[in-house]
Write a protein that binds this ligand. Structure first.
Ligand code: OGA
Ligand code: NI
Length: 345
């Protein structure tokens, strides 16, 4: 397993054949300018008076409909907590090869996993230019003791941070449920019963035009709270064109997950996105996925009157089933939906 970890390779001058994407899925133009068109939302406004709150909700819903993405500022999490946590995340990938080997535990999606490329390394055709560490974080006491022991501050620092992220997630879900006209606390149950942390580490790549750090996908959760490290690489598909999401200091990128698109009957859009590589800088990002509990049943919100955007009508399904499908199809949106079409009579 370990020799595959890209962060353990040294002196790579060219990209191995099994990391080269077919022409049609390569990044293409690497000089896509960073775009400031993704809306930036000041969450502090939502705490002022009722009209400011209503205005913030309006901005969130509009961004979620048009882009499926927005950035939040003045979210209440301190800048130095973000910096400290990001540096702890980066340190994990600088630990010794032997240590990183030990972090790999077993094949259960629920435990702490360190892997390279995707969770389906053995069956994917092309490997991704990334190493990853992934583990659950809520409720904290169920998982914290399974997290990496090194760097020594990992458990405490990431534990404190993840509690704040979970609170931020709940605040955003409250604003979204109000914006959709759903009853107060609609998502405040096993629909948001878990939090998964996924740290992406993208080492410099000698030929970025041939590779991808993450291929095109929708996140299979409710919302994602993403912390970037200042190096750009995240791109979002908007009206058939890729746009780069500018890393803003002290902001989080929020995106609507595929499950929220389904629950909202297509009123909110889950945009496809990917990560490109670059030849000079290591990039680290940390995705915090607000996700349902394993056995949670997913179905479109009955309080919403109609379906939008040609949203397919699906049978209700278990979140666990959806997630397995996501990994088995390597994130192929059409294939995932196929298995949830209602039975034909
Ligand atoms: C993800 C993701 C983007 C990034 O982890 O699902 O889309 O910039 N990450 O690393
Ligand atoms: Ni994603």
């Amino acid at each position: 397993m370990d020799q595959k970890l890209i962060s353990n390779w040294s002196n790579i001058k060219s990209v191995p054949e099994n990391y080269i994407f077919p022409l049609e899925s390569r990044p293409g133009d690497l000089k896509i300018p960073t775009s400031n068109s993704i809306p930036i939302i000041d969450l502090n406004e939502a705490q002022k008076d009722d009209s400011d709150r209503a205005n913030t909700i309006h901005q969130i819903i509009k961004a979620a409909q048009e882009f499926g993405f927005f950035q939040v500022i003045n979210h209440g999490i301190l800048e130095n907590e973000m910096k400290e946590t990001m540096s702890v995340f980066k340190e994990v990938f600088q630990m010794s090869d032997e240590y990183k080997q030990k972090l790999y535990l077993d094949d259960d999606l629920k435990t702490c996993k360190r892997f390279t490329s995707s969770l389906r390394y053995e069956t994917e055709n092309v490997h991704l230019w990334r190493d990853s560490l992934r583990h659950p974080a809520h409720p904290l006491e169920d998982w914290q003791h399974l997290w990496p022991e090194n760097p020594t501050e990992y458990r405490e620092c990431v534990g404190n941070f993840s509690v704040k992220i979970k609170e931020l997630g709940s605040r955003i879900m409250d604003l979204i449920s109000e914006g959709l006209g759903l009853k107060c606390g609609y998502f405040d149950n096993d629909l948001t019963g878990s939090l998964i942390i996924s740290i992406n580490h993208y080492p410099p790549c000698p030929e970025p035009s041939l590779t991808l750090g993450l291929s095109k996908h929708k996140d299979p959760y409710l919302i994602t709270i993403l912390m970037q490290d200042g190096v750009s690489g995240l791109q979002v598909l908007k009206d058939g064109k890729w746009i780069t999401v500018e890393p803003l200091p002290h902001a989080f990128v929020i995106n609507i997950g595929h499950l929220l698109e389904i629950i909202s009957k297509g009123k909110l859009k889950s945009a496809e996105h990917r990560a490109v590589t670059n030849s000079s800088q290591t990039r680290t990002s940390a995705a915090f996925f607000i996700a349902p509990s394993d056995d949670c049943l997913i179905e479109p919100a009955q309080d919403l009157t109609h379906y939008e955007n040609n949203q397919p009508i699906l049978r209700s399904f278990k979140y666990k089933e959806f997630l397995k499908n996501f990994f088995d199809t390597l994130g192929d949106t059409d294939l995932i939906l196929k298995s949830f079409e209602p039975p034909k009579n």
